[in-house]
Design a binder for this molecule. Structure first.
Ligand SMILES: [Zn+2]
Length: 297
């Protein structure tokens, strides 16, 4: 929608990472139904231990998501490391990402989120080409199979892990079919000194993504959002918003001002798993509504 000043009004769909904790029954179909009942619009399916779902269940998930109008992403297993140190570990890591993408595609998910790699103490610039080449090989394999998903390396909160904003954006530049999953809390924690927590820094990151990857990247985002605790090593644990220092209103205002569109998974710990997703969504909608009104005469 274009407004005065040729401003694009963005639209972000919010949901939880993992089934909303208040879901009354087990299974992803129930989680989709409950997501709809809560007024959320997205679900990130957490296949974080392993991918053990059948093709039949994937078809049921896809049908439910279409029926209830819920968009889906997949969080692939934690045990993925594109810089694995032995051939056997690398093969197992590859298989986990491939399976998450194959099954996620069958389930109707567009985005496959994964933790890219550990540096294993090596200089980041030495690790980058290893991760890039491994990811390029996997993306090519999926493309040849017709698995039409976007692979999303996530920005990571611990300094020992591959996954700065620059590294994830560079992967998206270098490998077709890849875009970043920007975890904003992780970027804040990764700084370890409390920085990356202002409107200027959030807007600067969005401008950087737009400059490097084009406006399309801001129209097809996938974000992770939460409060976070950190030490001098980076991420310690996710926190509820009302216990965290994250300036989330400034973050959401930056999304509004850049007309960002896409999906966002909220990773708050219980008992705020659902509540924080709703707070992010409600605050975003309020700010976005004001922006639209402000730009009209
Ligand atoms: Zn993650």
């Amino acid at each position: 929608m274009f407004k005065k000043g040729i401003r694009v009004s963005g639209s972000i769909r919010f949901g939880t990472v993992g089934a909303p904790s208040s879901t009354p029954a087990s299974g992803t179909v129930a989680a989709i139904q409950h997501t709809k009942a809560l007024g959320l619009e997205h679900l990130e399916i957490a296949w974080v231990q392993s991918v053990s779902v059948t093709d039949k269940t994937c078809a049921e998930i896809k049908a439910a998501a279409e029926e209830y109008g819920i968009s889906l992403s997949i969080h692939a297993p934690y045990f993925i490391n594109l810089n694995s140190q032995t051939p056997e570990k690398m093969a197992n890591s590859d298989a986990r990402l491939i399976k998450a993408a194959q099954k996620g595609f069958l389930a109707g998910a567009k985005d496959i989120v994964f933790h890219p790699a550990s540096y294993h103490g090596k200089p980041p610039e030495d690790v980058y080409p290893i991760v890039r080449d491994q990811l390029a090989m996997l993306a090519d394999k999926l493309k040849k199979e017709g698995v039409a998903v976007t692979l999303r390396p996530e920005t990571m909160g611990r300094v020992a892990l591959f996954g700065s904003l620059e590294e994830c954006v560079q992967l998206a530049k270098d490998v077709e079919g890849v875009k970043p999953c920007i975890d904003w809390a992780h970027l804040h924690a990764r700084r370890t000194d409390g920085s990356f927590n202002s409107y200027e820094e959030f807007a600067g990151a969005l401008a950087y993504v737009r400059d490097q990857l084009g406006e399309d990247a801001l129209q097809t985002v996938h974000f992770h959002l939460s409060g976070i605790a950190y030490t001098d090593k980076g991420e310690k644990m996710h926190l509820p918003l009302n216990k965290a220092d994250l300036r989330y209103r400034d973050l959401l205002q930056a999304f509004v001002d850049f007309g960002v569109s896409g999906t966002a998974g909220v990773e708050a710990p219980d008992p705020f798993h659902v509540e924080d997703a709703l707070v992010f969504q409600a605050t975003y909608k309020r700010l976005n509504g004001f922006a639209i009104t402000d730009s009209e005469d």
